[in-house]
Ligand binder design. Structure first.
Ligand code: C2E
Ligand code: MG
Ligand code: MG
Ligand code: MG
Length: 280
């Protein structure tokens, strides 16, 4: 009897695993066609100065409108796109689209003239041999000045032992493109690495900001802010949802914040509304 039960359990488990695998490979197939079918859309989220409340930048965040499943967030498809190599065409589309949009906004919205555009770059994209040239070509095509663009890379990119990482980062710096470390604190970067590369900005992962109400959480955030300043970087706190967090971060001299307290990510129409109505 016990044996039978065990067997049934095994079958239930394996059939649900099987359907999961099928669903995933179906999604990967859909992803392959999604660029051509124009199913991706960019949302933008404001980054503000904590000191002045001024809008200083926008982060481009990709969304996928799946024909049957509706809106899918990047946590569900970016890792898959990385694994399948599809992040290369997708990332290229994101960059071109975001630069084109920002260039238009800088022309037509006075609030946008001095804004920074943040674009997420996956390590797989960064490790492409032509990465820097490709980025430069997009900037030339779209007429967005190099210093308006900030690439958000993760700690993993710095820790990659590929020999050309330093050269690429230097080339990016020489072009005047800015560099930020995204989700700082969740990876495994050693402080040596952080210091060795020309990084402009640390973005404190929102998991740390979310724990600021505890004493240890507060101290961790303060330590990261001080670390960044000692290394001559500025700091963006991610996931700021509460007035109290913004106040504490301001007191720590954290320069910038991003989060639902200021604005959720919005589509271009919502962003244009924001650009018209927000007062710097
Ligand atoms: P990220 O770059 O750290 O982006 C911030 C994420 O936090 C966004 O999630 C944003 O919607 C969310 N967020 C912002 N403020 C708050 C807040 O106050 N509270 C909470 N709970 N969440 C907040 P999203 O858009 O789902 O993106 C998730 C991740 O997917 C991004 O994390 C980034 O790593 C990746 N991603 C998004 N777009 C791209 C892209 O174009 N290329 C690549 N390679 N990765 C992307
Ligand atoms: Mg980011
Ligand atoms: Mg981030
Ligand atoms: Mg994050």
């Amino acid at each position: 009897r016990a044996k039978n039960l065990g067997k049934n359990r095994y079958e239930i488990f394996s059939s649900s695993m099987r359907s999961q695998v099928l669903a995933l490979s179906q999604l990967e197939n859909d992803l392959r066609r999604a660029i051509d079918r124009q199913e991706f859309q960019l949302f933008y989220q404001p980054i503000v100065s904590l000191d002045t409340q001024n809008l200083v930048g926008l982060e481009a965040l990709v969304r996928w409108h799946h024909p049957e499943r509706g809106l899918i967030l990047p946590s569900e498809f970016v890792p898959m796109a990385e694994e399948a190599g599809l992040i290369i065409p997708l990332g290229g589309w994101v960059l071109a689209q975001a630069c084109r949009q920002m260039q238009l906004w800088q022309q037509h919205y006075s609030l946008a003239t001095d804004l920074q555009l943040n674009v997420n770059i996956s390590s797989r994209q960064f490790s492409q041999p032509n990465f820097v040239n490709d980025i430069h070509a997009v900037l030339e095509d779209t007429n967005l000045p190099c210093h308006r663009l900030k690439l958000e890379i993760t700690e993993g990119v710095l820790m990659d032992h590929a020999s050309d990482v330093a050269d690429k980062l230097d080339a990016i710096k020489t072009l005047g493109i800015k560099l930020g470390i995204d989700d700082f604190g969740t990876g495994y970067s050693s402080l040596n690495y952080l210091n060795a590369f020309p990084v402009d900005t640390l973005k404190i992962d929102r998991s740390f900001v979310g724990r600021m109400s505890s004493e240890e959480g507060f101290e961790i955030v303060r330590t990261i802010v001080n670390l960044a300043h000692n290394l001559h970087m500025d700091v963006v706190a991610e996931g700021v949802e509460l007035e109290e967090q913004a106040e504490e971060l301001t007191q720590m001299n954290c320069e910038y914040a991003q989060g639902y307290l200021f604005s959720e990510p919005t589509d271009t129409v919502g962003m244009e509304d924001f650009l018209l109505n927000y007062c710097n």
